[in-house]
Design a protein around this ligand. Sequence first.
Ligand code: MN3
Length: 246
Amino acid sequence: MKKFYSIIFAMAALGLLFSSCQDATQTDTDDTNSNAQTVADAGEIYSLPDLPYEYDALEPHIDERTMRIHHSRHHQGYINNFNNEIAGTPLENMSMEEIFSNMSEHSTSARNNGGGHYNHKLFWSILSPNGGGEPTGELAASIDESFGTFQNFKTELENAGATQFGSGWAWLIVNNAGDLLVTQTPNQDNPLMDVAKVQGTPILGVDVWEHAYYLHYQNRRGAYLEAFWNVVDWDAVSARYMAATQ
Ligand code: MN3
């Protein structure tokens, strides 16, 4: 019996320890942001954009913990590394689009971290708790023209996400001729980069790195890609389409 109580006591102590670790994680997150703020004050070039919704707003399709870590840790990490990489170089005074158009001439770090910042910023902006459904207007007509049906387009994008080996992104892009295409890129590359095999202006992107889905979906990338449609902000994608085809 004494042993039984010892075990219960040990479990309670572990529970307390665990919850204080969670508090520490929370505080750590805040510290990360305030440190980043300090760097920003000292002349940081890029900074983490606020999400236009709460971390838990995309539940149950994208879970709160994934969103928090993805935005406050991963995206912040790309920004910190990119700022460090370009500080004091000519890239400091170039737009991201300019940098991407000559990506092959710049460093791997600028490619990975610049892409990381741009891609995540785009990703957050095309998600919404009020998303889902189907596009309307000119974008809907153009999707039908390019892919036959909206369903065909969805299947093609899901395939692009599923068949990207390892980490990367699946995209809907507008090419120079004004056509809509689905494509994929490895790592943090994107279709604006001169190194991309299919180039164009991305108007929708979905992150298929494991960090984007593993906590909730584990290895089931396909289930994550299916759920993604429920949180796509088609108004935001349409606005990007209109800007890209002007
Ligand atoms: Mn990511």
